[in-house]
Design a binder for this molecule. Sequence first.
Ligand SMILES: Nc1ncnc2c1ncn2[C@@H]1O[C@H](COP(=O)(O)OP(=O)(O)OP(=O)(O)O)[C@@H](O)[C@H]1O
Ligand SMILES: [Mg+2]
Length: 394
Amino acid sequence: MARDKDIVLEVKNLYKLYGVNRNAAMELLKKGAGRSEVLKQTGVTAAVNNVSFEVERGKIFVLIGLSGSGKSTVVRCINMLQNPTAGSILFEGQDVRKLKKKELLDFRRHKVSMVFQNYGLMSHRDVLGNVAYGLEVRGVPREEREARAHEIIDMVGLSGWEKKNPSELSGGMRQRVGIARALANDPDVLLMDEPFSALDPLVRRDMQFELLTIQRKMNKTILFITHDIDEAFKLGDRIGIMRDGQLIQVGTAEEMTSNPADEYVRDFIDSADRSRVFCAKNVMETPSSLIRVSDGATKALSAMRRSGVSSSYVIDEKMVLVGILTLEDAMKAKAENTPIAQYIIQDIERVAPDALLADIMPQAARTRFPLAVVDSEGHLEGIISKAAVLSSLT
Ligand SMILES: Nc1ncnc2c1ncn2[C@@H]1O[C@H](COP(=O)(O)OP(=O)(O)OP(=O)(O)O)[C@@H](O)[C@H]1O
Ligand SMILES: [Mg+2]
């Protein structure tokens, strides 16, 4: 099959069973039995049950699910901290399960790096020593590895803290060290298992922002685990929802929201604070009537009548938004036989396509007209009704 996507990591029909009677359990699973039934009949826990997904290079793929749904097990199978029961894990097309011992070590050192929830820092080393550790193991000379470590420490915002011991840092700072340490190896893929769960909400938001910034700068591929839907929607280019060892739905935040696979997915999505997840471009609509600034009043009036609106957006030849013309003013211009230009209301609320709904709430509250979504050059991309913004709060 022809592929236009650059897939770095592919998990195919992955199973991880815990217990003795695994063959019997596997047979039951393949017949469609669920986790609890298999456990009852065979005593085997199906931690991961036939999971398949692909991660595209340079993207963030988020796995989300309730506690025990199998997220960590999937990640631990990817770097072979756990040996899968069945299935394959392809890294750039090569099956990780078939790597020899030395190749596997190499894979863990160069290709994937893991960031853990509880930092996993070495308490007897300072910040610099922690970040440079992976390079040290690889035999990178001291000067070079420390220079590299300084660079990364700076990137995660910890300049000046190099000589501190991890115990002297706050949780958020420790997690920055954990991320820096993983990045110092310059891995192709970062595996992050609930890295921010232990942080308080404000620090967590900071870290999410930081991670996105770093990811864009370094163009890393990230597999991110969370059980927080807001975090998943904020970070994930694509999201996979797990339940009882199975992956029940994979898609973008918008795809999941508009078409949840089942009640479980819907419950997850309903718990999201949409205003912090969705931005202007996710909810904007195409205006039903557009007028060019060069149009005459008669043409403007008929455009408004046709689409049944009492005001219309006015653009120039390059789609740059000029303002709004009301039906009333268009009628005045017609009666006076003057160009519409002098009647255009230019002082209207404009928002950027990637503005969070939470942040445009005040503008939505005070505006008389729908909000105009314009790009950095002023081109009109869409409009958002007051109702669309305010209803995202509920
Ligand atoms: N070493 C093990 N032996 C037996 N069962 C295990 C083992 N590791 C995990 N499990 C079981 O596998 C299932 C999936 O566990 P996993 O840790 O992958 O879940 P998770 O989605 O990461 O949960 P959490 O959000 O709590 O971290 C659970 O039912 C767990 O009890
Ligand atoms: Mg886990």
